[in-house]
Ligand binder design. Structure first.
Ligand SMILES: *Cc1c(COP(=O)(O)O)cnc(C)c1O
Ligand code: SF4
Length: 363
């Protein structure tokens, strides 16, 4: 679906509007009927029902929709944003909150699982509703609390928790807020002396890259050391717009890292994963984590086996630059947290044995 076709659906919309993130947000596609009309025959055969959007609403920016280049049923971007029947037929016994995050909040919307850092969920709203989202429960039934009360609670908790040196601003997508509101969050958190590092987790570079504006970068720059973690899952998302967005952040002195999710049909083959990792490396975005897809209700059809994930990453480790390799992890509830998923193959063990290394270190 190209940009021109999509723009023509809106009265008098221009390329300039397209580059305006507010326009993108305002004109998100939320109705199955629109998607059906746009994709025509291809789409009428697929498994889409309005019923799903009643449970997990759809929201797709025109920009993200423009990245769909194939049939809906065979496209890495469509898989991530177009509702799929399997969301309500498979894995219905999976929990909505497998990490039990909702029970781990010392104050509303702040998750403190690891000693030196915490996750501040500043919103439940996202630009695009990712079909594989592990926090679907947030936006499935949106309820918004008072922003100031929430931020006040965060700051009070941080004040009495000096062991927290890093705050991860997440959600939802924090970049759903305008610059002013975002700055009030940054400024508020920065008032806490013991907070040394701020991290922002946002999918904006992938789903609405026009959100990364000059003004936003000017603001973020003032709050360094600030790290930006985003989520690209497919090379189809690594567009010129996305590269520009990442570059603007980098030029403001903000390192950009990527947390991908291993998703069946999207990036679960060596070729697709290699293309994603090389593509990220080419725009200086460091692959940080590759998450094994969690057992979340509504996401069953995205899950692969851990064995196949380990195998894929092992093969890639043999051929790819270390700078292009993320750590493949599974997040589980409880103390263990994110667990690296690795295995040493028997052939590698044999090679290690040759160099005495295996005996020295593993026996
Ligand atoms: C993943 C996560 C973090 C960040 O962990 P890193 O390994 O530093 O990326 C922090 N808090 C919570 C609750 C998390 O789930
Ligand atoms: S941007 Fe993140 S929180 Fe929002 S829907 Fe996508 S995966 Fe979920």
């Amino acid at each position: 679906m190209n940009k021109k076709t999509l723009l023509s659906l809106f009265d008098n919309a221009t390329s300039r509007d397209w580059q305006d993130w507010r326009w993108q947000l305002k004109n998100r596609f939320t109705k199955i009927s629109h998607i059906k009309k746009l994709f025509g025959e291809d789409f009428s055969h697929t498994r889409i029902l309005d019923k799903i959007t009643g449970i997990y609403p759809m929201a797709v920016t025109p920009y993200y929709l423009s990245l769909i280049k194939n049939n809906i049923s065979d496209d890495p971007v469509a898989a991530q944003c177009i509702p799929d029947m399997r969301e309500i037929t498979l894995g219905q016994k999976y929990p909505e909150d497998p990490l039990e995050e909702d029970t781990k909040m010392p104050v509303p919307k702040l998750i403190h699982r690891y000693t030196d850092r915490c996750l501040a969920l500043v919103t439940e709203v996202c630009a695009v509703h990712c079909r594989h989202c592990n926090r679907k429960r947030f936006w499935a039934k949106p309820k918004s609390g008072n922003f100031k009360t929430r931020l006040g609670g965060f700051i009070r908790y941080l004040e009495k928790s000096p062991q927290i040196r890093e705050v991860i601003i997440s959600g939802g997508d924090p970049l759903i807020y305008d610059d002013e509101k975002l700055e009030s969050i940054l400024a508020g958190i920065k008032t806490v002396r013991s907070v040394e590092i701020i991290r922002i987790g946002s999918r904006a570079p992938a789903v609405m890259p026009m959100r990364i504006t000059k003004n936003l970068c000017r603001i973020l720059k003032r709050y360094r050391p600030l790290w930006f973690n985003t989520q690209f899952n497919s090379p189809a998302e690594l567009t010129a717009d996305a590269a520009r967005a990442c570059n603007m952040l980098q030029e403001a002195g903000i390192p950009v890292s990527n947390q991908a999710v291993l998703l069946k049909g999207v990036n679960d083959s060596e070729d697709k994963m290699r293309a994603l990792l090389y593509g990220l490396q080419k725009i200086s975005v460091r692959p940080y984590y590759l998450f094994h897809c969690e057992p979340v209700k509504g996401c069953r059809h995205f899950r692969t086996s851990i064995e196949s994930g380990i195998k894929m990453m092992e093969n890639l480790r043999r051929e790819c630059s270390g700078l292009a390799l993320p750590q493949y992890v599974a997040d589980i509830p409880g103390k263990a947290g994110k667990i690296p998923l690795v295995s040493i193959s028997s052939s590698t063990k044999a090679e290690m044995r040759k160099f005495q290394y295996f005996f020295d270190n593993f026996t």
